[in-house]
Write a protein that binds this ligand. Structure first.
Ligand code: ADP
Ligand code: ADP
Length: 542
């Protein structure tokens, strides 16, 4: 045995479960006999942003509760807990010795942003301003609200906010606190790329200018790369045990994660590497035309918001990525295609069956997952369905649960499965990456791609995670304009043209990492940033 499990190893992952020697036998914490064990702790540093990269259920929250002084680590001796003095002794000579001493002495204060912002309205009654005033210990409310563009929703009731607004309010409410240690459990769900970059910059400034310790869990790798100074990779067997590595440079941490192999730990964490294309795909798909739609316009109310769509064609068997800021008309376009909305101008009598996964997944009936999915497809349970849908979306373990009891990430996976399982001409997925951890994103992405290829299906994906779009899309449709006022949509175009147009709107360029070719955001004004802008190459190497 590997020394972790008390009796026989209950997992089929023996090669993974062999822990590296230097971890020793003792975890930082074990919840009980045969219960989850956490090995290693992240090391918050004053004036720095520390990132954690890893799946859900791997012990990140457990680690933070320890660092916040809420949970006394038992070093694996749950029956005879050792107490802080002995814990401190155990960590003598490590990066977090001083930090642990402060925790023991009750000298650490913590502010934290929860992972699931959708639950905030259940916990707070009032408007945005009241919520932010109640946490504004630094007197920074006005500045942070402005940076996060919260002006228009300051007087709005919390329960009326959209997901993207709630996310920014939650970030603001955390960052205006005055504490030693800030823990941000995911900063990007529901935010568009511009908002993600703004959030990352605010967090960096708080660390650099106020000398705060920031710990960020994030699954959008482009943003994690931008926000963090150092990175801990978390790996293991979710729900069984988790290992948090020593800090790595952000570049090495992300590269090793993508390669599926941790160098210092000498540990394989995934069979196959995740690879990016340095050059734009040469041949976009040349399939037959599935739908040829004309110029369309749609306004709401008295023209408060107007969308203009330039006509275009969607091809059979392609994955079409859709990008653009929030509030620019992407969902409106989707609803025009599905016939849920009538355009003011243009004809959308498309006669297409469309299977649609909305951005906010609302399946929460009192019904079991297996019953729900088998009501959608008679392929349910076939070996094909199991291999192509259930396994990559990790549904086996939750089949017997009720929809209403699922976590955000579980609900998202069920909704993706339901969308793909329906038989349709066009599959439209709105923000499938929301609430998925990094590993699930990778698996869901390859499941969607493989499904499109094998079923000759046409898929449209709206997402704000650049890595997800890069791994998924054959062509790109770009939305631009002024959010909540007017939106314009281009026809589908090649990845290179689409990325250039999209990123030029944002004024952001990407370079490629030497080792993995993964895209990395350039520092604004850097040599590369200027060169690429002058060449009009925002994303792919010329
Ligand atoms: P993450 O934040 O990475 O999603 P958590 O630290 O929340 O992970 O949880 C890691 C594991 O520990 C989960 O399997 C969870 O069920 C388990 N766990 C969390 N709290 C307790 C507890 N108080 N008692 C027993 N098990 C727990
Ligand atoms: P996106 O999907 O790009 O975030 P949407 O298409 O959802 O954008 O919305 C575009 C704009 O239209 C937003 O300002 C939104 O508030 C507004 N809007 C959306 N649906 C309606 C509606 N039914 N009535 C009035 N305004 C709406």
């Amino acid at each position: 045995t590997c020394g972790i499990c008390v009796e026989k190893c209950p997992f089929d992952a023996i090669e993974i479960i062999n822990l590296p020697q230097e971890l020793g036998d003792e975890p930082a914490h074990r919840y009980g006999e045969n219960a989850f064990s956490l090995y290693g702790l992240p090391a918050p540093q004053e004036g720095q942003v520390t990132g954690i990269l890893g799946p859900n259920g791997i012990g990140k929250t457990t680690a933070v509760r320890i660092l916040a002084g809420e949970l006394e680590p038992n070093l694996g001796r749950h029956e005879d807990p050792p107490g802080w003095d002995e814990v401190l002794e155990e960590y003598r000579g490590t990066e977090i010795q001083d930090y642990i001493a402060d925790v023991r002495d009750g000298e650490i204060t913590v502010a934290r942003k929860p992972q699931y912002v959708d639950q905030i309205p259940n916990q707070f009654d009032g408007n945005t301003r009241q919520l932010l005033e109640s946490t504004d210990e630094r007197g920074a409310l006005e500045e942070i609200a402005e940076r996060l563009s919260l002006g228009p929703v300051m007087e709005q009731s919390i329960e009326d906010l959209s997901g993207g607004e709630l996310q920014r309010v939650a970030l603001a409410a955390t960052l205006v606190r005055d504490t030693d240690f800030y823990f941000l459990d995911e900063i990007t769900p529901y935010l568009d790329i511009g908002q993600r970059v703004t959030a990352a910059r605010l967090i960096r400034e708080l660390a650099e200018e106020q000398g705060k310790s920031m710990l960020v869990v994030e699954h959008d790798l482009a943003i994690l790369d931008l926000v963090a100074d150092t990175l801990h990779v978390a790996y293991g067997e979710p729900g069984a045990y988790g290992v948090i590595t020593s800090p790595k440079s952000v570049r090495n941490g992300i590269n090793e994660y993508l390669a599926g192999y941790l160098d210092n730990e000498n540990m394989r964490i995934r069979q196959d590497p995740i690879e990016f294309q340095e050059h734009a795909p040469r041949t976009a798909t040349h399939g037959d035309v599935l739908v040829d739609y004309p110029d369309l316009t749609k306004s709401y109310g008295d023209g408060e918001f107007t969308l203009e769509v330039e006509g275009g064609e969607i091809r059979e068997n392609e994955v079409l990525g859709i990008v653009g800021p929030n509030g620019i008309g992407k969902s409106t376009f989707a609803n025009l295609l599905t016939g849920n909305l009538e355009p003011d101008e243009g004809e959308t009598d498309l006669d297409l069956d469309i299977s649609y996964k909305p951005q906010y997944v609302t399946i929460d009936q009192h019904m079991r997952v297996d019953a729900f999915l088998s009501s959608i497809t008679d392929q349910f349970g076939s070996s094909y369905w199991n291999t192509e849908i259930a396994q990559p979306l990790q549904l086996e373990r939750i089949m017997e649960q009720n929809l209403s009891d699922l976590s955000g990430g579980e609900r998202q996976r069920v909704a993706i499965a339901a969308c793909l399982s329906d038989s349709a001409d066009l599959y439209l997925l709105d923000e499938p990456s929301a609430h998925l951890d990094v590993e699930q994103r990778v698996q869901a992405t390859s499941a969607i791609r493989r499904y499109a290829e094998q079923q000759d299906a046409t898929v449209m994906v709206i997402d704000h995670d650049i890595y997800t779009i890069d791994l998924l899309a054959d062509r790109l449709m770009v939305f631009d304009g002024e959010p909540a006022v007017e939106g314009r949509a281009t026809p589908p175009q090649s990845m290179r043209d689409g990325m250039n147009e999209f990123l030029a709107n944002l004024d952001v360029t990407f370079r490629r990492d030497d080792r993995t070719s993964r895209p990395r955001i350039n520092k604004p004004g850097s040599q590369l940033d200027k060169e690429q802008k002058s060449q009009g190459e925002y994303y792919y190497a010329p």
